[in-house]
Design a protein around this ligand. Structure first.
Ligand code: IFM
Length: 467
């Protein structure tokens, strides 16, 4: 990664209303996996099986944010941040009722409908967190779904069942009824291009299922569920902002050859456009990724109109980019991602750092006619940080942020309507199948005690945001 000694930007260069925050997700930080009426999610079930997660780790305790959320708010305040993106754990809040299955109601739970029992204790936790954020002047961006489906929905097909549309829509409506007075910025899904292929095609994330057909079905239903949930939020609160978040992976042809160019388009269609184009009226990217024709068998009646929604913003997550080479790998993709340089420095995730990739994605999505505004909803670097004498020196992370912030500013200068930036992540946390080793946080976490220590990059943010 190139150092950024010339980094001269100030936070005010990004605009007077630009939002600055950090992001987390429920399963990765909360812990309390079975407390106060929470049911198991697919990540509880998956991580409790052997050898699905490195070292058999799980999120049972994670960062204990369920108990220590006030410290999280204090960390955000100390860094001068004015926004926080976190997610709700569906299985803490609403217990879907499936016809013919035994239902269970937590103490104090109430029946919302024949398909949902609400757990008020779960909502109390988020109300306390939201009230603390408001008291500190921090604007909450709340993600409805960051990968932790209630396990009882998975046992009846999960995202690969059309029923998910009505369950997700109802969950969204209940969240707005319970929390709408405290939340004005909703994010519907986090990164369908990760949780669907990894969970339903390759089986390396929860729920650990495999198969192309299942993946295609789940992808189509997830888009329908996303739009249904967004419409339901809009109908209950016409004054809030509704967005959704995608992952992006810049895909540049490895050479000028026509085969590499076409392979890069196929890869780009899968990784970057599949969950964006149809939502914003461009349809599934069938021309660039012909395999998607197999999706047609799942498309019914008005589906293609129903999965569209007039979102207020698109959240863009970006960590790395690739050069793409034509390859026989995966017969329907025939594209292999390669690094830009063979011996380049990799992060603790093995990812290459490529700030121009974020710039290019922001510029590209900024040109979509129906995309009104953009937020960078995740961007960050995993390192093998070490706590030494009460401090965590992470100069490489500071350079990472400087380089990527320069890229965001370049995208703005090129016309991309970027309104805010959320660093991933506020805390070191449970990095899914990779367990606790990759540390992404601005604050170091001692996972045994739950203690937090602001890293040098956290102090850098404070300097950047408050000077
Ligand atoms: O930790 C994840 C997060 O949950 C989703 N986006 C990518 C991050 C880093 O892998």
């Amino acid at each position: 990664m190139n150092p950024a000694p010339e980094f001269q930007l100030q936070s005010r260069d990004f605009g007077p209303d630009f939002l600055w925050g950090a992001a987390t997700s429920a399963y990765q930080i909360e812990g309390a996996w079975n407390q106060d009426g929470k049911e198991p999610s697919i990540w509880d079930a998956f991580s409790h099986k052997r050898w699905r997660v490195k070292k058999n780790q799980n999120g049972d305790r994670a960062c204990q944010s369920y108990q220590r959320y006030k410290e999280d708010v204090t960390l955000l305040s100390r860094m001068g941040m004015n926004a926080y993106r976190f997610s709700l754990a569906w299985s803490r809040l609403v217990h879907p009722q499936i016809a013919g299955r035994t239902s269970w109601s937590p103490a104090g739970g109430y029946r919302h409908s024949s398909t949902a029992i609400v757990n008020p204790c779960g909502f109390d936790y988020y109300k306390r967190l939201l009230e603390s954020l408001h008291a500190a002047g921090i604007r909450p961006f709340v993600t409805l779904y960051h990968w932790d489906l209630p396990q009882r929905l998975e046992t009846s097909g999960g995202w690969a069942s059309r029923d998910i549309i009505k369950y997700f829509e109802e969950y969204a409506a209940i969240c707005v009824q319970e929390l709408g007075h405290l939340v004005k910025d909703w994010i519907v899904l986090n990164e369908p291009a990760v949780f669907l292929p990894l969970g339903y095609l390759l089986g390396v994330h929860a729920p650990g299922r495999r198969g192309l057909k299942r993946f295609l079905r789940a992808s189509h239903y997830a888009l329908l569920a996303q739009a249904a949930a967004a419409r339901s939020i809009r109908s209950l609160d016409s004054g809030c902002q509704i967005g959704t978040t995608i992952s992006t992976d810049g895909a540049y042809p490895a050479s000028d050859s026509q085969r590499d160019q076409i392979a890069a388009r196929r890869y780009d269609a899968l990784m970057n456009r599949l969950y964006v184009d149809p939502v914003f009226g461009e349809g599934y990217p069938l021309t660039d990724l012909p395999m998607l024709k197999k999706m047609e068998q799942y498309i019914k009646g008005d589906d293609l109109a129903n999965l569209q929604f007039d979102f207020d913003f698109l959240g863009v997550n970006n960590y790395t980019s690739h050069r793409i080479k034509h390859a026989v790998w995966m017969p329907w993709l025939k594209a292999r991602p390669l690094p830009f340089a063979k011996r380049s420095r990799r992060t603790a995730m093995g990812w290459e750092v490529y700030p121009a990739g974020l710039r290019d994605q922001l510029i590209r999505f900024g040109t979509y006619e129906k995309i009104k505004s953009l937020y960078v909803t995740e961007n960050g670097i995993a390192l093998d940080d070490v706590l030494t004498n009460g401090a965590v020196p992470d100069a490489e992370r500071i350079r990472f942020f400087q380089n990527y912030l320069s890229a965001v500013r370049d995208a703005q200068r090129a016309g991309a309507p970027v309104q805010g930036y959320f660093a991933w992540s506020l805390l070191d946390n449970f990095e899914w199948a990779a367990g606790y080793r990759p540390r992404f946080g601005l604050a170091w976490v001692d996972f045994a005690s739950g203690d937090r220590v602001l890293k040098e990059s956290g102090y850098w943010w404070r300097e950047f945001l408050t000077k």
